[in-house]
Design a binder for this molecule. Structure first.
Ligand SMILES: [Zn+2]
Length: 525
């Protein structure tokens, strides 16, 4: 089937599932898991065979400049070893037999095959190191169809009080539809491309709406069209420059209020609670399995025999609680990201920012990147900007070097990471460096690598950037802790009175506060 190119959006509705249905759904999901693993195993087998083929090395030896030749060689190999989505669909037809076929129809088997192929293909393309089979304990938590005509499908029944139902095998699962909700109303007016059934663990089997296994069920409708735009989310027309950091984001529109915000601040208490739970879990694990640790408290190296672990009831409860906390944290983060996206788009939907290497960040600022997920935020922003018809341009850091640039004299001076303020002998500054980069980004027209700044625009901008800092200054005066990278110390607050570069600063590195020596300086962002 040819992939449709029409715009798509998603609507999620909770499902009412009774105990009998929950049990049967569990069996369906288990069948889907087995089939998925079988397909994934087959895909990996074909991949290994393809890579072991001498022709594979020959194809790899073709210089990259000979694009066409290389492409043909690889596609011949894929054909010969049946490593393609289509070939795996055919295999799915064969594999979907005996008891599994009672649960999974042909269409759904195809979608599982596609999923397995995509996972294996990531390994083939070097984008992933390995695939992950779905274990029985964790299971598969979503299944989807390809269309809404047969198999698993969602129907609206005007006769049953405007109810909506997910039909799968013999089950009829009623959905909870809040017709007063504008988002739901908007969604259900659109054509359904296909439906996806998702289950998520609730905090416990006793949680509201959870079945005896502790799952809640949802239907995700994949709809044709564009998502509902809430009235409160207006779209501006200006140009906005961004400077995204691991723990802060600077938002500077060409005109209008500039802001420097700590990223996902509200997540901090949640993150702390999560960490406490993790430590509790570790203590419980040690108490339950004293023999698995050596005298220094390290997990013993197992030789041939694997270590066996005993899990107490209390341990399992903590583990559930931790998993729940993690899900909550992720959902909270997503909503904070959404809020931030709309705050940015209110200024304008032409957005400019430097392209950043999130991989490198992960190494250096693992903790804040893990908590704040700036990469995910940017993806969210890209999607939303596209849906409003705007543009988001990311330009490479190497060619623009905005953090080193000074528009006053046009010079590039490398700053150490600890220096959070831009202050140039030519008279520009002092100005907070993230805000300054964002302001420069707002004035950069992508093919150019040098911002084009009109003579008098700096005067107004300097005040705006100053105002953004004053907001944070106020907070620091009240004794609130801000990310180090803002460059404002906590209470007793004073602006760094000396902007001298040799002042020793503390920075976050690998999640720890460390003094930043001159010698072991991390690369400038
Ligand atoms: Zn200068």
């Amino acid at each position: 089937m040819k992939k449709s190119k029409t715009p798509t959006f998603l609507l999620e509705l909770p499902l009412f599932v009774d105990a009998g249905q929950a049990k049967r759904l569990c069996a369906h999901f288990e069948a889907a898991r087995c089939l998925y693993n079988a397909l994934l195993g087959e895909a990996m087998k074909r991949l290994r065979a393809m890579r072991a083929d001498p022709a594979w090395q020959e194809a790899r030896a073709i210089p990259k400049a000979h694009k066409q030749e290389r492409k043909e060689a690889f596609s011949r190999l894929r054909q010969a070893h049946g490593f393609s989505e289509y070939a795996l669909h055919e295999f799915a037809q064969v594999a979907n037999c005996t008891w599994i076929a009672d649960h999974i129809d042909a269409m759904m088997a195809q979608t599982l095959a596609t999923r397995a192929y995509q996972a294996a293909n990531r390994v083939c393309l070097g984008k992933a190191k390995n695939v992950r089979f779905k274990s029985k304990g964790r299971g598969l938590d979503s299944v989807e169809n390809k269309w809404n005509k047969s198999g698993m499908r969602f129907v609206l029944d005007p006769n049953a009080g405007d109810g909506g139902f997910l039909l799968w095998n013999a089950e009829v699962l009623p959905a909870r539809i809040e017709w007063r909700d504008a988002v739901v109303r908007h969604g259900l007016r659109h054509a359904i491309k296909y439906a996806r059934l998702v289950r998520r663990k609730a905090s416990s089997p006793n949680a509201r709406g959870a079945d005896s296994e502790g799952y809640r069920y949802y239907v995700q409708l994949i709809l044709e069209g564009t998502p509902h735009q809430k009235k409160k989310h207006t779209v501006g027309t200006g140009v906005v420059g961004l400077d995204v950091g691991p723990s802060t984001i600077a938002i500077v529109p060409q005109q209008g209020e500039a802001r420097l915000l700590p990223f996902c601040e509200e997540l901090q208490p949640d993150a702390r609670a999560k960490r406490r739970l993790q430590r509790k879990l570790d203590r419980q694990r040690r108490a339950n399995n004293p023999d698995n640790y050596d005298e220094k408290g390290r997990i013993k190296k197992h030789g041939k025999r694997r270590l066996t672990w005993k899990n107490s009831k209390g341990y399992l409860a903590s583990r559930r609680r931790l998993a729940h906390k993690e899900r909550k944290l992720a959902a909270h983060r997503k909503s904070l990201h959404g809020r931030l996206v709309h705050q940015i788009i209110r200024h304008g939907n032409t957005i400019r920012t430097e392209k950043l290497s999130y991989k490198a960040w992960q190494k250096q600022y693992g903790k804040s990147v893990g908590r704040n997920a700036p990469g995910m935020f940017l993806e969210h922003l890209i999607r939303t900007v596209a849906s409003t018809g705007g543009t988001l341009s990311e330009f490479p850091t190497q060619s623009t070097k905005l953090s080193q640039y000074c528009h006053g004299c046009g010079s590039y001076v490398k700053k150490p990471l600890s220096e959070r303020w831009h202050s140039c002998p030519c008279g520009i500054g002092p100005v907070q460096r993230d805000l300054y980069s964002a302001w420069l980004a707002a004035h950069l027209d992508p093919p150019n690598t040098v911002p084009s700044i009109a003579q008098d625009s700096w005067e107004g901008a300097e005040l705006r950037l100053q105002a953004a800092i004053e907001v944070l200054q106020q907070r620091a005066n009240e004794g609130q802790a801000l990310p180090r990278s803002v460059g404002i110390p906590r209470a007793g607050a004073r602006l760094p009175k000396s902007l001298a570069p040799n002042q020793q600063e503390l920075v976050y590195r690998r999640g720890r506060l460390e003094a930043l020596g001159e010698a072991q300086e991390p690369p400038v962002l």
